[in-house]
Design a protein around this ligand. Structure first.
Ligand code: ZN
Length: 77
């Protein structure tokens, strides 16, 4: 079965490296350099279940190297 973009329905992707921001239990994490599939048409990023697993393991592992960054948090209203 071919993967389909959830966003635009395109079936063509390329591999790439992206940064991703996610929120877990009220904490916001920015994870850099994640391998992803990127939609050729709309540039939406998709991660494999294995990649998601690794990202979550990194976040829950207290030994993961972490660096505090300054970020501007904007809320759409
Ligand atoms: Zn797309």
């Amino acid at each position: 079965m071919k993967d389909k973009c959830n966003n635009c329905g395109s079936e063509s992707f390329h591999e790439g490296i992206v940064n991703h921001v996610l929120e877990i239990n009220g904490h916001i994490y920015a994870v850099k350099n994640i391998p992803a599939k990127i939609c050729d048409r709309c540039e939406a990023n998709f991660f494999s279940p294995e990649t998601y697993d690794s990202v979550y393991k990194m976040i829950y592992n207290p030994k993961s190297p972490k660096r505090k960054i300054e970020a501007e948090l904007l809320e759409f209203s």
